[in-house]
Design a protein around this ligand. Structure first.
Ligand code: OGA
Ligand code: MN
Length: 295
């Protein structure tokens, strides 16, 4: 099956030509999609009639193993019954719009902070695939920022300063920014993970800034200096010229490379309108092709 991409933004994001991903099984087309992700970092596929099982199966064909720890597992049981299928909705177990004080809603509000998926885990998330099932009649968009362009446009002295730095990421950090409270037992289960601040993306070889609101500190730096550096970098990285805003249509599947982008949800009247999306994220482990190439 052939597929091509049209650039939707001056620095990144490709929109795919018509293709039905449910039926894509041939390695040549899957390789083309991976190459599209290397180039554009975010890919938009329109009119995908995925059922949950088909979305899960496609993600496995594209990138192997699925992440089961990207979401709110520690605070609540997944409404959809599968930890690999993140419930990105404002609906409760009965399928009704959640109450304002629902703990899952409070947790989900953290998606409005710039982040990359599952950076608080090791392995982190590689590709995320978000599918729109129900979208409000008002804008309830998702914004993406290109972290490769952000790295490239840093002053040379900043590039030198940050080379080799590592940072600690924790979901409790990003949630606590918004006043979300964890029990001691929950905190004990959510210790976070350490990752490099500058990443080199295999295949493309491009460098990117690995930033997220989950970041609590720079390793071996005083807390304040580390947090100020991360704030300055985030401000730089999320300037408007680096940001694409996706207006969802039902059936959209957006795939992004978490190593190369940050994203955030934008506000809408979530007490009034239903919004229902499902996300599958893959594990950022060595890709089979790379493993065998090295052995
Ligand atoms: C996600 C996410 C943002 C949104 O699914 O990982 O951050 O707009 N979603 O729902
Ligand atoms: Mn996310």
């Amino acid at each position: 099956m052939s597929v091509s991409f049209r650039k939707l933004h001056p620095v990144f994001v490709g929109e795919a030509s018509p293709i039905e991903l449910r039926t894509v099984r041939d390695e040549a087309t899957l390789a083309k999609i991976r190459a599209g992700l290397d180039e554009f970092a975010v890919l938009v596929f329109r009119d995908q009639p995925f059922a949950d099982a088909e979305q899960l199966a496609f993600a496995q064909r594209l990138d192997g193993q699925l992440h089961e720890g990207t979401g709110s597992r520690v605070i609540t049981k997944n409404r959809l019954g599968n930890e690999a299928l993140a419930d990105i909705s404002n609906l409760d177990r009965e399928g009704e719009i959640m109450q304002a004080d629902d703990r899952r809603r409070q947790y989900g509000l953290g998606n409005r902070l710039w982040h990359t998926d599952a950076s608080f885990r090791d392995p982190a998330g590689r590709y995320s695939m978000l599918h729109a099932k129900v979208v409000p009649p008002v804008s309830a968009d998702t914004e993406y920022a290109d972290m490769r362009a952000a790295y490239d446009s840093l002053p040379a002295e900043t590039k030198t300063l940050i080379e080799g730095l590592r940072t600690h990421h924790s979901i409790t950090h990003s949630r606590q920014i918004l006043g979300f409270e964890y029990s001691q037992d929950e905190q004990d289960q959510l210790k976070g993970a350490i990752h490099p601040l500058v990443r080199i993306i295999p295949r493309s070889g491009r460098r990117s800034l690995y930033l997220a609101s989950h970041q609590s500190r720079v390793i071996d730096w005083p807390i304040a200096e580390g947090r100020l550096l991360l704030r300055d970098l985030t401000e730089h990285a999320t300037q408007r010229e680096n940001v694409y805003r996706h207006a969802w249509r039902v059936g959209d599947l957006v795939i992004w490379d978490n190593r190369a982008t940050m994203h955030r949800a934008t506000p809408f009247d979530d007490a009034k309108y239903r919004r229902e999306l499902r996300r599958v994220t893959t594990l950022d482990i060595a890709e089979p092709a790379l493993v065998s190439a090295g052995s």
